[in-house]
Design a protein around this ligand. Structure first.
Ligand code: 13P
Ligand code: SF4
Length: 313
């Protein structure tokens, strides 16, 4: 017998009320998850929201390091993630053993670690940052110590150039989504849309960032499009952001930057593991829950708190 269809949106609303739960979503989530969310933001805003919420349960529709950060900030709350497998290529490219080796062999280095990293790697770092506050954090880093920026080399290179801290070493990691955009195809689009501005996330590669009219975090890109008097934009980040851009800037032309091949590789394979059904089940069953051992949590909390202290955005 055919099962009656579940109205996931209505069920999620009801469960949120019954359980005193909040649904946080990153901009790279599917449209319907964004529409069900209580708050949508970039990784820094989501951390701040996770810290200030009074909800008993946080359902985190983002990748694992984001939910883990929410748990580090909120050990007493239940934090669940719709699909436990939602990782991040930057986390994979900064294994804790290699990171520890660097720490041990470079005790003089001040390590600035992008929030796209595991709790164990954060615990070995001096301060964390996100794409929206990385410049502020580097500006506050000690001037008399060499710097290491990990794990995203593209963001690190961009910040090194913008901050003038040319002594900053870079970990060799990158994002599988932001490195696939095709400069050749973007130039073709620019010929077709001569008035369009190119806007890009700083995880993109150097040649693309050098061509861009504006570089910023997901929230900064959104604010830029909404506030600009231009009508047309080529958007070089995960195309989930276009959903909120269409809402905040109705009528503007938004063109997702294309990858080189004929693939959907400008969609984050990790973020896109979540579905509205998995959000509903995670909320209903309160699992999979994010758990973190207390001494690791305390060690990872220090560089996150320092970041929150050091950044006004
Ligand atoms: P934002 O901090 O800009 O949201 O970026 C997070 C991310 O994972 C980008 O790929
Ligand atoms: Fe990680 Fe890239 Fe996905 Fe962002 S888009 S979560 S950096 S893999």
């Amino acid at each position: 017998m055919k099962q009656p269809e579940i109205d996931y949106l209505a069920q999620i609303e009801q469960l949120k009320r019954e359980k005193n739960a909040i649904l946080l979503a990153h901009y790279y989530q599917q449209d319907e998850i964004q529409d069900a969310a209580d708050f949508i933001g970039d990784s820094l805003e989501l951390s701040r929201k996770a810290m200030s919420t009074k909800a008993r349960v946080i359902v985190f529709a983002g990748v694992y390091f984001m939910a883990e950060t929410a748990k580090i900030l909120n050990p007493e709350r239940v934090v669940v993630i719709p699909d436990h497998e939602a990782g991040c290529s930057l986390v994979e490219q900064s294994p804790v053993e290699a990171f520890r080796r660097f720490r041990e062999t470079h005790p003089d280095h001040f390590i600035i670690t992008y929030i796209n990293s595991s709790a164990a790697v954060k615990a070995l770092s001096d301060v964390t940052c996100t794409s929206s506050n990385a410049l502020q954090i580097v500006a506050k880093a000690p001037k008399n110590r060499p710097l290491m920026f990990a794990p995203d080399r593209n963001l690190g290179r961009y910040i090194r150039q913008e901050s003038g801290r040319l002594d900053m070493e870079l970990w060799d990691g990158s994002c599988v989504v932001h490195e696939v955009f095709s400069v050749r195809r973007i130039m073709e689009l620019q010929d077709l849309h001569p008035g369009a501005e190119l806007i890009a996330h700083p995880e993109c590669e150097k040649p693309l960032l050098e061509m861009a009219d504006f570089v910023g975090s997901t929230s900064a890109l959104l604010r830029y499009v909404a506030g600009s008097n231009k009508q047309s934009f080529i958007v070089a980040t995960e195309s989930g952001i276009l959903h909120q851009m269409r809402k905040r800037a109705p009528g503007k032309e938004l063109i997702p930057a294309p990858p080189e091949g004929d693939c959907s590789c400008n969609l984050c394979p990790h973020m896109r593991l979540h579905t509205i059904e998995k959000v509903y089940r995670a909320l209903k069953d309160e699992r999979p829950a994010v758990e973190i051992e207390e001494s690791l949590r305390a060690a990872a909390l220090r560089p996150i708190e320092r970041m929150l202290d050091w950044s006004s955005v």
